[in-house]
Design a protein around this ligand. Structure first.
Ligand code: HPA
Ligand code: ZN
Length: 326
């Protein structure tokens, strides 16, 4: 069996996936047309060739602009179903999915429209496609804590569909501590919490996310290796890291895939997982991320099995559900 076939055949969980980042250029253009939203790209190829990023911020500018085509509940439903179909065809059995309501509310799209469309798709897919899911509402860290509090209060009324609270957007200048009180409130309401940390920020931002926000998992976290004390803490406490190899290379967190520290982290005994982040922008879904990392870093089949097992261990599935996969 080829390595690609081996990767495609093993059950996986995906834990770091922004639903807005699955908006393929073809769907973006079709929704732009449907909703009368002008786009700076004449066709899908023009969009794809504009997807060259120098860092996280240069990506975020393009990514938030593209979300303007998402207007109706049906748009959010269609976007989510399209991702879930791709996930199922790649043997993703469980997905924990981020969404960014503040980027839509700022454009005048009501919270209920966003959560209604995404939530209905997740609910339909559970029975129809056979994939289990959790929905994680991300707080945009470049906005104020007050702005985040407003969506947190809305999320409470949608707890049947929203399980967790995350933190994303520009890491530079927006440390985790800015959201200490918001995250305390989120935990009080019964949401689990995660945060992007150590993507562009250094190891101390990861420690701060653990200490100030009490997150159960770190998104990215690749800069942890700078701090041996932190590495030992992550290892002993089995705190998972959701690694996104293609994203890290496309956003210049690493100069090339061969320089990625995924294998080093795996060999250090950390609970690392492989994920696609924003697959419509970074050139691949979860299997392509496994393959690109495996080829550049000489991962063997045992490494790949470990990464896939880690993905279920790192999920918020119950222990009974995890036993189906581990
Ligand atoms: N980092 C921060 N914000 C994001 C990302 C990311 O990788 N993807 C979408 N929003
Ligand atoms: Zn992300």
């Amino acid at each position: 069996k080829t390595l690609a076939g081996f990767i495609a055949g093993i059950p996986k969980a995906e834990l770091h996936l922004h639903i807005e980042g699955t908006l393929e250029p073809e769907m973006m253009l079709a929704l732009g047309e449907r909703n009368g939203v002008p786009l700076p790209y004449p066709d899908a190829d023009a969009a794809k060739s504009a997807y060259h990023f120098s860092d996280l911020q240069s990506f975020l500018d393009i990514y938030y602009r593209a979300t303007a085509v998402l207007v109706t509940e049906q748009d959010f439903y269609d976007l989510t179903i399209a991702y879930l179909q791709k996930a199922v065809s790649r043997k993703v059995c469980h997905a924990e999915i981020f969404f960014d309501p503040q980027s839509h509310i700022a454009r005048g799209v009501p919270f209920e429209t966003v959560v209604g469309g995404i939530g209905q798709a997740l609910s339909d897919a559970n029975g129809g496609l056979g994939i289990s899911t959790k929905l994680i509402m991300c707080i945009l860290r470049h906005l104020s804590e007050e702005d985040g509090n407003a969506v947190l209060e809305q999320a409470v009324r949608w707890k049947r569909w929203i399980s967790g609270i995350g933190l994303d957007s520009s890491e530079k200048g927006n440390p985790p501590g800015k959201f200490r009180e918001l995250f305390a409130k989120a935990r009080h309401y019964g949401f689990f919490t995660v945060a992007h940390a150590g993507e562009e920020g250094n190891a101390s931002s990861i420690s701060e996310a653990l200490d100030a926000l009490h997150v159960i998992r770190i998104d990215h976290g690749v800069h942890c290796m700078e701090d041996p004390v932190l590495v030992e803490r992550l290892r002993l406490d089995r705190i998972p890291l959701t690694i996104c190899p293609l994203s890290n290379v496309r956003l210049n967190v690493f100069g090339s895939m061969r320089e990625h520290n995924l294998k080093t982290m795996l060999d250090a005994g950390l609970c690392v997982t492989i994920n696609s982040d924003d697959p419509a922008y970074f050139g691949g879904y979860v299997n392509e991320n496994y393959l690109a990392a495996a080829e550049a870093l000489n991962l063997d089949r045992n490494d790949i099995i470990r990464l896939a097992r880690n993905s279920f261990e790192a999920s918020v599935l119950s222990n009974v559900q995890k036993k189906l996969y581990l």
